[in-house]
Ligand binder design. Sequence first.
Ligand SMILES: NC(=O)C1=CN([C@@H]2O[C@H](COP(=O)(O)OP(=O)(O)OC[C@H]3O[C@@H](n4cnc5c(N)ncnc54)[C@H](O)[C@@H]3O)[C@@H](O)[C@H]2O)C=CC1
Ligand SMILES: O=C(O)C(=O)CO
Length: 325
Amino acid sequence: MKPAIILSKTLPDDLRQRLDAHFNVTDIDGLTPENLDKYAHAFQQAEGLLKSGGQVDATLLAAAPRLRAVSTISAGYDNVDVEALTQREIVLMHTPTVLTETVADIMMALVLASARRVVELAEFVRANGWDGSISPELFAIDVHHKKMGILGMGRIGMALAQRAHFGFSMDILYHARKPHSEVDSRYKARYTDLETLLRESDFVCISLPLTEQTYHLIGRDQLAMMKKSAILINAGRGPVVDESALIEALKQGAIYAAGLDVFEEEPLPMNSALLSLPNVVALPHVGSATHETRYGMARDAVDNLIAALSGKVEKNCVNPQVLKS
Ligand SMILES: NC(=O)C1=CN([C@@H]2O[C@H](COP(=O)(O)OP(=O)(O)OC[C@H]3O[C@@H](n4cnc5c(N)ncnc54)[C@H](O)[C@@H]3O)[C@@H](O)[C@H]2O)C=CC1
Ligand SMILES: O=C(O)C(=O)CO
């Protein structure tokens, strides 16, 4: 008999067929408390879960006693209780590599858009403001040959360094848990402590995961260390930055601008002060949202679940200690 799984995401037809060939699939429209009740029998039977958003926590695990693998269509897994999964020897799979370049592209887009005021100036043209030569109040700031500080020198951080160093002749500083000698030599990058990075960088770019250690890593004190001309870019997770402190810093001109793909609350509430600040470029968490990459993530997540439930995991596993035990 095919193992039972829960699917909480609509997949492209060919991937759905591949999943059906391996599993008995129950579709649900999200990991909500209501669906835990409504599909209680399916959760009781499920050996696998394929999901994108939604929490995988103690409540869900209690409802799914036979669960052996969770496959998330994402690189980040801050909405999954990894420790609880590991204790239950449930494998957690994710989709990091396929989206790396695409997320680095959006970070570079945010760097350019916020420094060159792309959104603000496009709106100015649309509003019929362009009636002569552009005056200095509308001038922007350069990106090339500036200093980029990258917080979190992992897959995405390195792909961003690649673009910034080779494409824009930028100096790269970075802060991570440890120095990476290959990064230092390839991008002529310099490992620094957080304070040095904040004080020296023209662009502070966050590609960190959300963890207990990174929650509000950038708050009022850290924003105060940044140059007045500096720009903050965040495509890691919203809560890495204390959003109220960021709003204050932007309002007071303590930093020049921010380019944000992620927020403390998503979707960003329409009454957020961020939306009334001209020096903010806000995107709806689209770092990986291209047709090619979203397809690749779904494909990898399907393959990851098949591998995990057949005991053939070779990559993309968050808690490989479960495989060894
Ligand atoms: N905006 C978007 O659409 C997307 C956002 N992301 C976010 O980007 C994050 C990073 O993705 P990858 O680069 O693939 O992960 P990664 O694991 O390759 O890199 C993360 C880096 O952060 C560093 N790090 C972790 N905790 C730290 C700390 N406390 N202090 C300093 N450095 C620390 C790690 O050492 C590692 O180098 C994901 O966890 C996710 O939250 C990922 C994909 C898309
Ligand atoms: O993969 C992730 O972690 C995202 O944020 C969405 O692509």
